[in-house]
Design a protein around this ligand. Structure first.
Ligand SMILES: *Cc1c(COP(=O)(O)O)cnc(C)c1O
Length: 359
């Protein structure tokens, strides 16, 4: 902690901030890392080749500030026009620009009480009022609870850290009943079994869909995220971006991301492998006595009736397995466990058997 003496240099807003705390990125070798929802398999071979090809003398030049090649590839992938696509340095940056540029209207921003913990952080950074809407007893979103005055609605679908999916018909109902403020759907995990809201963009100019290359495309280290919506919404994001950083995506990131979009075969196979392992892992956890929420993401959210979340996390860490625990209301008993390889899954099962064994 810096001393208060140093804090006199801080701006007033910095004193009030509560920053997001990312999951641990350990510097210890040999840990099984099931704590930050990274993909267990590496990126497509073509992606690595594209980075190698792009690593040449051209790095002396700035990248395309508009990342046109990537916007075109993404537009084609989703059946949109490039003017309906915004790209940024990870979806966290895209979300930050959206909170700043599209949600600040002097009315509360609505999101679930249990969701991605970056949302309240952006509200703090940009001085927005957050209003948390409680999920139901099974951590489901009740769409009718969002029929109230708001400056914007933010839903992760599938939700994090619960993994629970909201049906597309529910999102459609929400959009029909909420025409006058932006509805932001964060689809960080949608490729692991969700139904995308992208198809609704043509009908609903207030809909912004945000995606990332970090999870299903196995490129968390590259930092690429994007948003899709009406060109008017995209223009707002471009205005914010061009007041902040003209070049959020570097040359290597643009080349790699384009290659990733083009390699549909690897993408589909690797997501299918994660989904299969998620089901196997859920069944094993269930057999060990865990309550496991039905997940449509690349992680599961589970609690054991006889063991506290924090204690289980610590015991697994002693056995060199990292999982995520949130010390927060309602979800304190739970562990969020990223789906790894089948080998990781077996190691987790063995460790939990040892931890849970009586005596
Ligand atoms: C991981 C995650 C993100 C951030 O992804 P980046 O593109 O790596 O910044 C955004 N939203 C949710 C819900 C996530 O879980």
């Amino acid at each position: 902690m810096p001393s208060t003496d140093h804090q006199r240099f801080w701006s007033p807003v910095v004193r009030t901030l509560t920053p997001y705390v990312p999951g641990e990125q350990p510097r210890i070798d040999g840990l099984i890392k099931l704590n930050t929802n990274e993909h267990p398999l590496g990126p497509a071979p073509g992606v690595l080749a594209a980075i190698r090809d792009a690593a040449d003398d051209s790095l002396r030049l700035y990248p395309d500030p508009d990342a046109r090649a990537l916007k075109e590839a993404l537009a084609q992938l989703h059946g949109l026009q490039p003017a309906q696509v915004f790209v940024g340095n990870g979806s966290d940056e895209v979300l930050a620009h959206a909170f700043f540029g599209l949600l600040d209207h002097g009315r509360p921003v609505l999101f679930p009480d249990v969701t991605y913990s970056f949302y309240p952080v952006y509200c703090g950074l940009y001085g927005l009022t957050a209003q948390r809407i409680p999920l139901d007893d099974r951590f489901g979103v009740r769409i009718d609870d969002y029929r109230r005055d708001n400056g914007g609605i933010v839903l992760a679908n599938p939700n994090a850290p619960t993994g629970r999916l909201l049906a597309l018909a529910q999102i459609e109902r929400l959009l029909e009943s909420n025409p006058d403020s932006v509805v932001l759907i964060d689809e960080a995990y949608v490729d692991f079994g969700g139904e995308s809201a992208v198809g609704l963009i043509g009908r609903f100019p207030q809909l912004l869909v945000v995606r990332t290359f970090s999870k299903s495309r196995s490129l968390a280290g590259l930092r690429v995220g994007y948003a899709m919506g009406h060109p008017g919404l995209i223009e707002a994001l471009e205005r914010v971006k061009n007041c902040f950083n003209s070049y959020p995506l570097d040359r290597l990131a643009i080349a790699a991301a384009v290659a990733s979009v083009q390699d549909t075969g690897w993408f589909e196979r690797s997501c299918a492998a994660v989904i299969a392992e998620r089901e196997a892992m859920s069944a094993r956890l269930h057999a060990l006595g865990f309550e496991v929420l039905p997940s449509c993401a690349n992680f599961v959210f589970a609690r054991h009736p006889a063991h506290e979340g924090a204690a289980l996390q610590a015991a697994l860490r002693e056995r060199r397995i990292l999982v995520r625990h949130f010390k927060a209301p309602r979800i304190d008993p739970f562990l969020r466990i990223t789906v790894g390889t089948p080998e990781h899954g077996r190691a987790l099962d063995e460790a939990l058997r040892a931890i849970l064994a009586p005596g």
